[in-house]
Design a protein around this ligand. Structure first.
Ligand SMILES: NC(=O)C1=CN([C@@H]2O[C@H](COP(=O)(O)OP(=O)(O)OC[C@H]3O[C@@H](n4cnc5c(N)ncnc54)[C@H](OP(=O)(O)O)[C@@H]3O)[C@@H](O)[C@H]2O)C=CC1
Ligand SMILES: CC(C)CCC[C@@H](C)[C@H]1CC[C@H]2[C@@H]3C(=O)C=C4C[C@@H](O)CC[C@]4(C)[C@H]3CC[C@]12C
Length: 265
């Protein structure tokens, strides 16, 4: 099929090709949040090439329309101005859902924690509570389809990095909520998979391109993996060090930061 031709060159290995062959039967209806830019936007393009029906969300209608324009030959609905309050509107799409990809984040700062409790609360609302609320409202549909929840997190949601205190808190919260929920699904025989994605720094260059990252996230979700690491070596190895020598990893991380230009709080 044409979807295979477009996506095949960027896929590594047999699993990726096998996944694409079965995708059209298995993974038709997908929601991607925060899909107007970055990794979410790239996920939308990959999914469209695979023939999925996708619903993308973000706050800015203009940016969503740009994405929608590039997706014009595929079924795509855009939801602008979703406030991501804790109360999500009742099921976003009727007719079922196979995969919910939770990806959006609110803006934060990259410097020492400034003591602004209100900002932490707001970021928890956007990066964490809205994920909980969307999961709750999508769950009846996901149970019916035996579908998947994909949660996009970060190395900063597994290890304490400096300069990202509020952000890190929201990402650690996601791990707690979804890891615990995965256990309950298993105990209650709820066949909905939960995939937590642990990403390192993603850029637009050659080292960790967002296009490849987006495809790895979709693959991990479709294969119902517990966690996705991207890129694998530079995220998995530090996590192995963390489990055996946490102080040593903290030391290595601090050594990567040039703190001369930073204002002390
Ligand atoms: N980029 C990186 O290096 C890394 C990214 N990650 C994770 O990957 C995911 C995607 O990151 P990235 O592609 O960089 O994100 P971007 O900043 O490129 O995109 C964020 C998306 O979320 C939407 N958004 C922003 N603010 C809000 C809000 N208040 N409410 C709802 N939606 C909002 C934006 O659209 P709009 O503003 O129109 O609402 C946009 O679509 C995130 O979960 C992030 O934590 C993890 C590790 C590293
Ligand atoms: C242990 C090392 C091998 C890996 C180091 C990875 C470090 C450098 C990675 C891990 C998590 C990354 C941050 C992140 O998750 C999300 C964002 C939001 C985005 O809008 C701007 C960039 C920012 C702050 C990333 C900055 C780079 C971080 C600290």
């Amino acid at each position: 099929s044409s979807s295979l031709e477009v996506a095949a060159p960027s896929l590594a290995g047999f699993t990726g090709v096998a996944l694409l062959l079965f995708w059209e039967q298995l993974w038709k209806r997908v929601i991607v949040t925060g899909a107007s830019t970055g990794i979410g936007e790239q996920m939308a393009y990959h999914l469209a090439r695979m023939g999925s029906h996708i619903l993308v969300t973000a706050r800015t209608e203009a940016k969503l329309q740009k994405v929608n324009g590039k997706l014009s030959t595929h079924t795509c609905t855009c939801i602008p101005a979703i406030s991501y309050s804790t109360l999500m509107p009742a099921p976003l799409i009727s007719g079922g859902l196979d995969m919910l990809i939770l990806n959006h984040i609110g803006k934060s700062y990259f410097s020492y924690f400034d003591g602004d409790v209100g900002h932490v609360q707001k970021l928890l609302q956007i990066n964490f509570l809205s994920y909980v609320a969307m999961t709750v409202s999508a769950l009846p549909m996901l149970k019916e389809s035996e579908g998947s929840i994909v949660v996009v997190s970060s190395m900063a949601g597994k290890v304490g990095f400096p300069l990202t205190v509020p952000y890190s808190a929201t990402k650690f919260a996601l791990d707690g909520f979804f890891s615990s929920l995965r256990q309950e699904f298993s105990m209650q025989s709820v066949n909905v998979s939960i995939t937590l994605c642990v990403l390192g720094f993603i850029n637009t260059g050659k080292i960790s391109p967002k296009e490849e990252c987006a495809l790895e996230i979709i693959k991990g979700g479709a294969l119902r993996q517990r966690e996705v690491y991207y890129r694998y070596a530079s995220t998995k190895i530090p996590l192995l060090i963390r489990d055996w020598a946490a102080d040593f990893l903290d030391y290595l991380i601090r050594k990567c930061y040039n703190t001369e230009n930073l204002k002390k709080n």
